[in-house]
Design a protein around this ligand. Structure first.
Ligand SMILES: [Zn+2]
Length: 226
């Protein structure tokens, strides 16, 4: 196999990182459990030659070079917390390529990196950006993740309003359980991290999972893979 090279500048790079399978339940925002969780700093490669950032530098289109050379991209290194920088660079590349979904994922990963650096206000600001990108979602999983993002950003009133809206959409039993768990945390003004497993009632390991409910099937099967 030939050495992979950066898609923007052609400089040799590493093969893309592959995180280990999580063995512990994810957080309510779907940050994976250990051992995948603590590999976060390895998820984004940064090209040592041109500064491009991506999960797989070799897969970047050459056109991403225009973003990488832009003032906005360069400025990130002076404004962003260092640990969040690779994720924010990747988010900007996806934004300029018109991929708001991957932009949101990258910004949420930046928030996790800020969490790991105990940079609370940075994490809250990043979560605010993710919540805005997900504002119009009709997807059940994304809606539930947005609820967690808003709560953890300390936007309690907006989170409560979003919980009410999700509740009116006719969630299935598991989604309703998570919404109720979040509402109790919101009422407590709790911005902490919680595992999905802690939101579910005790023998909550797989029983009602396979009702064949449309959008949630993949979500729940990932939760209960363990
Ligand atoms: Zn490069």
């Amino acid at each position: 196999m030939s050495q992979p090279v950066c898609g923007v500048c052609g400089h040799p790079c590493r093969a893309a990182f592959r995180a280990p399978q999580p063995e512990i339940a994810p957080d309510l925002d779907m940050r994976p459990g250990e051992p995948a969780r603590s590999t976060l700093p390895d998820w984004i490669q940064v090209c040592s030659a041109c500064g491009a950032a991506a999960p797989a530098l070799a897969e970047l289109p050459a056109a991403a070079g225009a973003v990488v050379k832009s003032d906005d991209y360069r400025l990130l290194s002076t404004t962003a917390l260092e640990e969040t920088l690779p994720f924010r660079r990747w988010a900007l590349i996806r934004e300029r390529q018109g991929d708001g979904a991957q932009q949101a994922e990258a910004l949420l990963q930046a928030a996790w990196a800020a969490d790991d650096s105990a940079a609370m206000s940075e994490a809250a600001k990043l979560r605010g950006e993710v919540a805005a990108l997900w504002a119009d979602t009709q997807d059940v999983e994304t809606g539930l993740r947005r609820l967690d993002v808003m709560r953890r950003a300390g936007r309690f009133e907006a989170a409560e309003a979003w919980a009410a809206e999700l509740g009116e959409r006719g969630p299935d039993e598991l989604a309703r359980t998570i919404i109720n768990f979040q509402r109790a945390r919101i009422a407590d003004r709790d911005i902490g991290r919680h595992l999905i497993s802690s939101a579910l009632p005790p023998p909550a390991h797989a029983p009602h999972v396979s009702h064949g409910k449309r959008a949630t099937t993949g979500f729940w099967s990932r939760l209960f893979r363990k």
